[in-house]
Design a protein around this ligand. Structure first.
Ligand code: G6P
Length: 478
């Protein structure tokens, strides 16, 4: 992407400010997107890439603390939404309408016109900021379900802009999308069609998008392309990867080794089953606990010989569906520990907390089984991270077939997350799997993940986006 400046747009900026004892510092976020973007070849451009996102700080705090991020690799442009708009946009339309609907939880959808209006206002506010900074040769890359309408809003103001869009969650079948009012689904789909390239994690999601465009808007697609307003909109699947080297090399970090040794000695008489998820009903934590209950019931010989370390990371806890989920999980943990626990053993160690990176890696590398059972998940990077960390090529992944990652991780023990007895049975097989078989499966999955990592993901999306522009130039020479 010689001479092109990149503009990234995502709901969250890749850092936050933290104030302690009246001193403010910057906390960079460890997200994969930052690594991905940094890995793109931006050497031809004399200008820094720009990152636009919604501020989780005030305008005053920004003016004061801005120098702290001035030397970063990106130029940051925060968008300040008023409190009510942000609430109705983020907690409302994004996370109480689109999130549950796109993850096949239609009964959790709380559709309200005021939420849609806030979503429209937020997308317009971001578009106004984009307009202030965008230059003709820039490449604009919009991320995720918060900004489905944004590509078309930008297109209306900048007809020749190069715009890519990537969706980080599933795109559902049309039968789900049509549960939204006509005006709403039309707005969302035409919003996406403002892009030159629309990317998804899997082929299924891409097909769902193209079918929705056809069924809702009556537009045919050919070779994964839709013709809209005299432009061609390309779509395709780009399964996101992880920073493989970072996770793989962390195995040998001193702090990780220390934490791992501590964990292993604390549980020397037990096999460790581990899971970590953001607090979310899509992650299937309740069903996972039911499966553990079924496992201890069906296979009593394992009582006292396993420990399930369950880490739930706080998320979106202003939304009822989220905070009530926390209560449900905590009740179930208490019930199962009460049912099977003895004076010297508890089956579940539960933590509702953020994990520091070394702790996370220590848990990935100390466990015997990673139990990852979402009911729906666009990709699931925890599964990929677990595989990458296992330099010892030991450990078994039990993975829900309802994750995007299952497409690439066929050597895991794939389960139906809603069938607690099947999960229990596969968990037993995982605990009993011979070390040679563990290595065989790990090696294949590691090979696959290391060859398509987050760098490859970003570069293949970007190459395709640039190609759509080449094609355009050839068909409309200036
Ligand atoms: C998912 C979404 C991301 C989002 C993340 C964390 O992975 O695809 O866009 O940033 O969840 O959720 P949060 O609401 O805390 O940003």
């Amino acid at each position: 992407m010689k001479n092109n400046r990149l503009i990234i747009i995502s709901y969250r900026l890749p850092f936050s400010f933290k104030t302690e004892n009246r001193t403010t510092s910057v906390k960079p976020s460890a997200g994969g997107l930052v690594t991905a973007v940094k890995s793109l070849d931006l050497s031809g451009s004399s200008q820094k890439p720009v990152w636009i996102g919604c501020a989780d700080f005030t305008q005053r705090a920004w003016e004061k603390n801005r120098p702290l991020v001035d030397n970063d690799d990106f130029e940051y442009v925060p968008v300040f939404l008023d409190r009510k708009t942000n609430q109705d946009f983020y907690n409302g339309f994004a996370n109480s309408v689109l999130w549950p609907l796109f993850h096949y939880f239609p009964s959790y959808v709380d559709y309200r016109d005021e939420y849609l209006r806030a979503y429209q206002a937020a997308n317009q506010a971001v578009c106004a900021v984009v307009s202030e900074v965008v230059q003709p040769s820039d490449i604009v890359w919009v991320h995720d379900y918060h900004f489905l309408a944004l590509p078309q809003l930008i297109r209306e103001r900048h007809p020749n802009a190069t715009i890519g869009f990537f969706l980080h969650i599933p795109f559902p079948s049309y039968e789900l999308l049509r549960l939204l009012p006509v005006k709403c689904r039309t707005y969302l789909l035409t919003g996406l069609l403002g892009a030159d390239l629309v990317g998804f994690h899997t082929t299924d999601y891409t097909i769902h998008f193209l079918q929705s465009v056809q069924l809702a808007l009556g537009m045919q697609h050919k070779m994964w392309k839709v013709s809209y307003q005299e432009r061609l909109v390309q779509s395709n699947a780009y399964p996101i990867g992880i920073n493989y080297a970072l996770f793989n090399e962390a195995y040998g970090d001193n702090e990780v080794i220390k934490e791992r040794v501590e964990l292993k000695s604390a549980y020397k008489d037990q096999k460790i089953i581990f899971s970590v998820d953001r607090l979310d009903y899509t992650k299937g934590v309740m069903q996972r606990l039911d499966a553990l209950d079924a496992f201890l019931q069906e296979y009593p010989e394992w009582r006292g010989r396993i420990v399930f370390i369950l880490v739930v990371v706080p998320s979106r806890d202003e939304i009822q569906r989220y905070w009530e989920r926390k209560q449900m999980i905590e009740q179930a943990v208490g019930r199962i520990n009460g049912k099977y626990g003895t004076l010297t053993w508890l089956p579940i160690m539960y933590q509702y907390a953020y994990l520091a990176f070394p702790q996370l890696i220590a848990l990935y590398t100390a466990c015997d089984v990673a139990l990852i059972t979402p009911i729906r998940d666009g990709m699931n990077l925890v599964a990929k991270e677990f595989i990458a960390t296992r330099k010892d090529q030991q450990g078994v992944l039990v993975l829900s077939e309802m994750t995007g990652a299952a497409n690439e991780l066929g050597e895991a023990l794939l389960i139906d997350p809603l069938d607690e007895f099947e999960v229990a049975e596969q968990l037993k097989l995982a605990l009993e799997m011979a070390p040679e078989e563990q290595t065989r499966r790990m090696a294949i999955m590691q090979q696959r993940l290391s060859s398509y990592d987050v760098e490859k993901w970003a570069n293949s999306f970007m190459n395709d986006l640039l190609q759509t522009q080449e094609i355009l130039k050839k068909s409309h020479p200036q």
